[in-house]
Design a protein around this ligand. Sequence first.
Ligand code: NDP
Length: 369
Amino acid sequence: MEVEGILSALIPSWSSVVLLFCYFGYLAVAGSVLPGKIVPGAVLSDGSRLHYRCNGLVSLLLLLILLQTGVYMKWMPSTVIADKGFELLSTTFIFSLIVSLILYTTGLKSMNQSSSLRPHATGDFVHDWWFGVQLNPHFFGIDLKFFFVRAGMMGWLLINLSLLAKSYEAGTANVSVILYQLFCTLYVLDYFFYEEFMTSTWDIIAERLGFMLVFGDLVFIPFTFSIQGWWLLKNKVELTKAAIVANCLVFLIGYMIFRGANKQKHVFKKDPKAPIWGKPPKVVGGKLLASGYWGIARHCNYLGDLLLALSFSLPCGVSSAIPYFYPTYLLILLIWRERRDEARCSQKYKEIWVEYCKHVPWRILPYVY
Ligand code: NDP
C-alpha cells in the first residue's frame, strides 16, 4: 500500500469507533456477569487484597460464537477486522491516549489511601502519565488493568481469525498460515485457560496503570503481535517438512518451559510445600523457590515465552526480518523487565535474594545469560 493510502486508511471512521465500543461493552458486561472462579490477588502493602473474576475463557468462547453467528447471518463479513485494520489501530491508539490522560487526572485527585488507589506522583507529567499514578484504578467496579490486558489478548486472536478468513478468501491459506494461526490460537486459549495465573504477574501486582500499560495492552499486543499474519497475506512461504517439524518442536519446548515455570511459581505461592517435579521443593529463606524451572534460571518463564515468540515467526521463513518483530521486541522487553524485576526482588527480599542468586546464577538462559 502506498504511503498516501496508509495515511488515509489510518483516519478513524465512526464505524471503527462503534466496533471498538461494542467490543469493550461486550467485555465489560461479559466480565461482570459470566461465571468464573473468583481469585484473590497478591497481598498489597497495606494488607488488602483485590479479587479477580477469571471468566476470560468463557467470555472469549461466547464472543466467538456470537461473531460466528453474525457472520453466518450475514450481519457482517468475517474479514471486517482485517478490512478495517488501520483505522482500528488509530482509533485504539487515540482511545489509549484519552484514557491514560483521564487516568492521570482522576488518579492525581484521588483521596483514597489504599495501596491500590493511592496516587503516586513524582510531579513530572511525562513520567506520571507514562507509568501511571494508581496501581489498580477501577471504573464502575471493573478493574481496568485486568480488563485492558484481556481486551488486548482477545483482540490479537480476533485480528488473526479475521486475517485467516482473508487468506481463505484470497486462496493463500497454506501450511505456513495454518501453523502461525494454530500456535497463536493455542497461546491465547492457554492464556485464558490459566487466566488466574495472571493475577500474580508483575503487571498486575507491581505496575501502575498509565499510558505504557494501556497502549501496550490495547494497541501493541493485538496490532504488532499479528504482524506475521498480515505479512503472510502478501507473502507466500513454502516450508519444507524438516522446517515444519523444527517449528513444531520450538513451539512445544517453548510451551513446556513457559507454562511449566509459571505454573510452578503459582503452585509454590499457594502451597510452598507442594512437590516440584515429584520432589519436595528447595526453598531459599522460606520464600523463594529454587527448584524446578526456578532452579535452572531466575526467569526461565521468559525463556519459554521467547521460544514461543520465535515459533510464531518461523512459519514466515527467513526471507524477511519483518515477521521477526515480535521475538525481537520481546527479547528487548524481557531483558529490560528482568532487570527491573531483579531490582524489585532484591529490594523486597534483600539477603534472601542474594542467597537465591548464589544458588541460581543464570538470569534467563543457563550458561549464556
Ligand atoms: P514473573 O511471573 O516471573 O513474576 C516475577 C515475580 O515473581 C517477582 O517479582 C517475585 O514476586 C516472584 N518471584 C521471582 N522469583 C521467584 C522465585 N524464585 N520464587 C518465588 N517467587 C518468585 O514475571 P512477569 O509478570 O514479568 O511474567 C509473567 C509471564 O508473562 C512470563 O512468562 C512472561 O514471559 C510473560 N510476559 C509476556 C509478555 C509479552 O509481551 N508476551 C510481556 C510480559 C510478560 P513476589 O513479590 O510475588 O515474590
